[in-house]
Design a binder for this molecule. Structure first.
Ligand code: NAD
Length: 685
């Protein structure tokens, strides 16, 4: 290494190899991670600080894989293969050592290299729950002061990663953002987004504020990837701290103000939103590629949810249980809301409205796509007269979300998103004892039974499955048809799918718009290809349409998988993909419908009373749809997934009360009467 011994700090990059970075479900995604780490690497090199590369390098000739890889017949990072190499931007320089290993810790490497000679060891790489964790523990034991680049590590198992971090932080290492590491070591991280000035990510005290995180998100137009819509800085733990503290201060007053002002303010909010309808529909269409018809449906749904919450807002008399025993309804405090990109209006409104109605204030971490909607929501809240800091915002990624969950002033978390992220958050909530409401991914089954109008069923299901390119948690994804009806129903369904109109999201005739991003499209495409390589049959679609150009379209795709155990059946494909399964009889079809981890929606098309009864009794999902795939979700009905699709109480209507406030039992003895004084006796004070 071209540096003096015992440098003040060294950088150790762990397992940044193509095979590991290609693992599905990596959080943050491989592109974001390598982009972040490339900046850190450049900063270390520019400062002449040592850099080392730990790599898993399996030798095919002697088969030195870890025993569990051998058991599972996994070949990854085989020496000399492209999968063992790093992405080009993280390639090692000739003077930087490569610590070749086959197990977890790079300190047990083939060449007996003792590791970089430095006081502080900065660790970045994958996977946060496995090799990074082992590296940190081993480095700590060897006497390093260890700093982990919090935005420079990733994992495909975020729950385990979050718990690993909690275990390591403050014991074996510190988790610091790269900006903080650069500040402490006096390094220059360079411009994260050359040419673009990122928008500010923190809204607190009634206005937007900058962040010192040094990280950015770039949002491209889904219909034309070449167009960069905006660049936004990613908020960090300091930003979360500021927004949370201000929300806590406000909540002390809002808890009482909500009783008087809540109903009128929420109604005024609905009016203010309604006045922005056209602009918000246009923002949904442009920023996340939601076709106009779906964007309008989302808008109406958001207003329905707001009306439902407004109807329950305001003072309520204590509930009397018995003489001198009553129950008061109390707010929780500051509620942390973490929301996904695919319904950037209805989901946040469905959480913010009840949170405020019951006297809480809000710290909201939206997903970075769809920020035009965040602007409208905040502006309309101000128009409605909500005091500043009732709803504060920090825009950010998983790291930011975790800072929200960890913050001591955040009393509870309501989350909507993927199962993996929900589990990571659940782990953190468990550590601090915070209540969690989580609405998670679906993988929704539809049983086609003795249905008198299969043509109607086929048309409704084709539309429900592929509208907004299947980027809806409630979209049907698995059609399960009994053997005797399979061929006829499949023909009807494929014909209806063929009639769906692909097009620009701003065109009112469009049913199938683009996916959110190239990366999302490529992930879905990779899943389809994997299913086909395992023997699945492609019944329709499966490719990028000819006219897509720079847009992120994918054809509506229908697959008959080789096996009901395939990943394409068991995992949610958040895209325009439907699998069709054949069942021996109706009961087997219902069993297949249940035979996945998730349980958000289960549907049946049948006019047979026995089948209806059997399905209603046995289907395991939070929402059942009977001969009805087309209708929207009712804002007063409980919305909550069963099994892996949800945690905590469901959302909406009267069910919101069980999450956004808590009962307080009050035992009150009758006030003591003053003792009777003998007639004429003087009062003594
Ligand atoms: P996601 O889970 O990747 O992200 C959701 C939100 O959580 C984002 O704000 C993200 O930044 C944040 N986040 C991600 N990982 C985190 C972590 N480890 N800790 C803290 N915060 C984290 O989901 P997405 O891609 O934005 O949305 C699609 C997913 O959401 C799909 O799985 C879909 O089914 C699900 N979804 C569910 C519902 C429902 O009501 N059940 C509704 C809409 C979407």
């Amino acid at each position: 290494m071209n540096v003096a011994a015992d440098a003040r700090a060294a950088l150790l990059l762990v397992d940044l190899q193509r095979d590991f970075l290609a693992h599905p479900g990596l959080v943050p995604d491989a592109g974001t991670l390598t982009g972040n780490i490339a900046r850190l690497l450049a900063a270390f090199r520019a400062a002449g600080l040592p850099v080392a590369h730990a790599r898993t390098l399996v030798r095919a000739d002697v088969d030195d894989r870890m025993p569990h890889w051998r058991r599972d017949n996994l070949w990854r990072c085989v020496e000399g293969t492209p999968g063992a190499a790093p992405p080009a931007e993280l390639e090692a320089r000739a003077d930087e050592p490569i610590l070749a290993k086959t197990f977890y810790s790079p300190f047990q490497n083939r060449s007996g290299h003792a590791g970089p000679r430095a006081r502080v060891l900065v660790v970045a790489g994958v996977h946060a729950h496995a090799c990074v964790r082992a590296t940190v523990l081993d480095a700590y034991q060897r006497g390093y002061e260890v700093w982990v680049a919090a935005d420079g590590v990733a994992s495909y198992d975020p729950a385990h990663a979050a718990l690993s971090r909690d275990h390591l932080e403050g014991r074996a290492c510190r988790f610091l953002t790269m900006a903080e590491i650069a500040r402490r070591l006096n390094l220059s991280l360079g411009d994260p987004a050359p040419g673009a000035s990122p928008r500010e990510p923190v809204h607190a005290g009634g206005g937007w504020r900058a962040s010192g995180s040094g990280r950015v998100w770039r949002q491209h137009n889904p219909a034309d990837h070449a167009e960069l819509l905006y660049t936004v800085a990613i908020g960090d733990a300091d930003d979360v701290d500021l927004a949370a503290r201000r929300a806590r201060e406000r909540q002390r007053h809002w808890a009482d103000e909500a009783a008087d002002q809540g109903p009128a303010r929420l109604r005024a909010w609905a009016d203010a939103l309604a006045g922005r309808r056209a602009a918000m529909v246009a923002a949904l269409t442009r920023e996340i590629g939601k076709p106009v018809a779906d964007a309008e449906a989302e808008f109406d749904y958001a207003l329905g949810l707001l009306a439902a919450a407004a109807g329950r807002a305001g003072a309520r008399a204590p509930e009397r249980i018995a003489d001198g025993v009553e129950v008061m309804r109390r707010p929780l405090g500051v509620v942390g809301l973490i929301t996904p990109w695919n319904n950037p209006l209805a989901i946040p409104v469905g959480k913010i409205a009840p949170a405020l109605a019951y006297g809480n204030t809000v710290l909201w971490k939206p997903a970075p796509p769809g920020l035009g909607i965040v602007d409208h929501v905040l502006a309309s809240l101000a128009e409605a007269g909500f005091p500043e800091d009732c709803v504060n915002v920090v825009i950010g990624d998983a790291e930011t979300g975790q800072a929200v969950v960890r913050h001591a002033d955040v009393a509870a978390i309501s989350f909507t998103g993927s199962v993996a992220a929900g589990r990571a958050i659940a782990g953190l909530c468990a550590l601090s004892g915070k209540p969690l409401q989580a609405e998670l991914g679906g993988n929704n089954g539809v049983v086609i039974g003795a249905c008198r109008d299969p043509a109607r069923a086929a048309a409704e299901l084709a539309s429900a499955a592929f509208s907004f390119s299947g980027q809806r948690c409630t979209a049907p994804r698995r059609l399960i048809v009994t053997r005797d009806r399979y061929d006829d129903f499949l023909a009807l369904f494929l014909a209806r799918v063929g009639e769906l109109r692909l097009g620009h999201p701003a065109d009112p005739e469009t049913r199938v718009g683009p996916l959110l991003s190239r990366q999302r499209r490529d992930e879905v495409l990779a899943r389809v290809e994997a299913a086909l390589s395992r023997g699945g049959e492609l019944l329709r679609g499966g490719g990028i349409p000819a006219h897509a150009g720079q847009g992120c379209w994918l054809e509506p795709t229908v697959i008959a998988p080789a096996d009901a155990g395939d990943a394409i059946v068991r995992e949610e494909s958040f895209g325009p993909v439907v699998v069709v399964l054949r069942a021996d009889d109706f009961e087997a079809a219902v069993a297949l419908c249940n035979d996945v981890e998730q349980g958000l929606v289960a549907s049946l098309y049948s006019d047979d009373e026995d089948q209806l009864r059997h399905f209603s009794r046995h289907a395991r999902a939070g929402i059942l749809r009977i001969n009805d795939a087309g209708r929207g979700i009712h804002p007063e009905a409980p919305f909550g997934g069963w099994k892996a699709s949800g945690m905590g109480p469901p959302e909406h209507g009267r069910w919101d009360e069980s999450f956004y406030c808590r009962p307080q039992a009050v035992y009150r003895a009758a006030p003591a009467r003053p003792a009777r004084q003998p007639e004429g006796a003087p009062w003594k004070n």
